[in-house]
Design a protein around this ligand. Structure first.
Ligand code: FAD
Ligand code: FES
Length: 273
C-alpha cells in the first residue's frame, strides 16, 4: 500500500533561500535579496516562513538571475523575525503564487502607476521590468508615489532610474519641521494624479495602497476620464495557505491568493473595504 503522502507532491513544501544581501531603507523597511529561481513575472508573491513563528505572503519586488528581492515592512511577529536575519542566513520560501499584472493588456498603451507607502514594493518589479526593456512594450510609464515624510521615501536610486520611462512624482504627507530640503510634492497622491500629462480614456492604471487611498484615487481617475476597466488594483489580504485551500483570503467568491493579488477594478470595486 502506498501512502497518499508518498504519491502527492506537498504543495506546502518550502525551500531554503540564502540571503545574499540586505538593503536597509528605514528602520521598518528592508529589502532582502535571496538566492531563489523565479521567472520575471511582476505582481506575484511568495510565502516566507520562519520556524515556530509563522508564514507570510510577500510580493516579489525585484527579479534577477538566480535571485529575487523581497521588500518587507516590519509590522508583527514574522516580519519582525525577518529583521533579525543576516546575510548568509536562509529563509524558507515557497511560490511564486498568484496572478500578476496583465502585461499583455498594457502593451502599446500609456501606463500610470499610483502607489502609497510600502505599496511601492508591489509595483517595483513592474517599474523595473519596463525600465530594463528595450524598446518598451508600453507607450509610457508614469509614477505617482506617496510616502509619509521624506525619511520614509523608499527606493531613492530607482526613482531616478524610472524617469527613463515617464514622469515620476514623489509626494509626502508632510515634511518634518526642520526639513527644508524636500524638493518633491507635499500632499496625498490623489491630489497629484490629475496633473499627469495625457491621462485619459486610453490610460491603464495600476493602483496599490491602503483602501481609503485606493477609493479616493479611483474617484479622481474617473473624474479625469480614466475608464473603470482600465484600472488594476493589487490587494494585501491576510493569507494562510497562499494556494486557494484554506479560504482565509476569500472575499465573496474571490480568493486573493489565486484570483489576485492583482484585480481589475470592475471585478474588485466591491472588494475595497
Ligand atoms: C499578496 C500580498 C503581498 C504582500 N506583500 C508584502 C510586501 O511586499 N511587503 C510587506 O512588508 N508586506 C506585504 N504583505 C503584507 C504582509 O503579508 C503582512 O504584513 C504580514 O503577513 C504580517 O505578518 P506578521 O506576522 O509580521 O504580523 P502579524 O503579527 O500577523 O500582524 C501584525 C499587524 O499587522 C496586521 N496585518 C497582518 N497581515 C496583514 C495584511 N496582509 N494586511 C494588513 N494588515 C495586516 C495585523 O492585523 C496586525 O495588526 C503582503 C500581503 C499580501 C496578501
Ligand atoms: S490564503 Fe488560503 S485560500 Fe487564499
Amino acid at each position: 500500500v502506498i501512502a497518499e503522502s508518498e504519491t502527492l507532491p506537498n504543495i506546502y513544501a518550502s525551500e531554503p533561500a540564502k540571503i545574499l544581501g540586505i538593503r536597509k531603507h528605514t528602520a521598518q523597511e528592508w529589502s532582502f535579496s535571496l538566492a531563489f529561481n523565479a521567472e520575471e513575472e511582476p505582481g506575484k508573491f511568495v510565502m516566507v516562513s520562519l520556524p515556530d513563528t509563522g508564514e507570510v505572503p510577500i510580493s516579489i519586488s525585484g527579479f534577477s538571475k538566480g535571485a529575487i528581492e523581497l521588500t518587507v515592512r516590519k509590522v508583527g511577529d514574522v516580519t519582525s523575525g525577518l529583521f533579525t536575519r543576516a546575510v548568509g542566513d536562509s529563509l524558507s520560501i515557497r511560490g511564486p503564487y498568484g496572478e500578476g499584472f496583465p502585461l499583455e493588456v498594457f502593451d502599446g498603451l500609456p501606463l500610470l502607476i499610483v502607489a502609497g507607502g510600502s505599496g511601492v514594493a508591489a509595483v517595483k518589479s513592474l517599474l523595473d521590468y519596463y525600465t530594463n526593456q528595450e524598446p518598451m512594450a508600453v507607450n509610457s510609464v508614469d509614477l505617482v508615489v506617496g510616502f509619509r515624510s521624506p525619511r520614509h521615501v523608499l527606493f531613492r536610486r530607482e526613482l531616478k532610474a524610472w524617469e527613463k520611462c515617464g514622469s515620476v512624482v514623489v509626494t509626502v504627507d508632510k515634511t518634518e519641521d526642520d526639513d527644508e530640503s524636500w524638493a518633491g510634492g507635499i500632499g496625498f497622491v490623489v491630489d497629484y494624479v490629475k496633473h499627469v500629462e495625457g491621462i485619459g480614456n486610453e490610460t491603464q492604471v495600476v493602483l496599490v495602497g491602503p483602501p481609503m487611498m485606493m477609493t479616493n484615487t479611483v474617484r479622481e481617475l474617473r473624474n479625469n476620464g480614466v475608464l473603470e476597466e482600465n484600472i488594476w488594483l493589487s490587494f494585501e489580504r491576510h493569507m494562510q495557505c497562499g494556494v486557494g485551500k484554506c479560504g482565509h483570503c476569500r472575499i465573496r467568491d474571490k480568493y486573493v491568493c489565486l484570483d489576485g493579488p492583482v484585480f481589475n477594478y470592475v471585478e474588485a470595486r466591491s472588494l475595497i473595504d
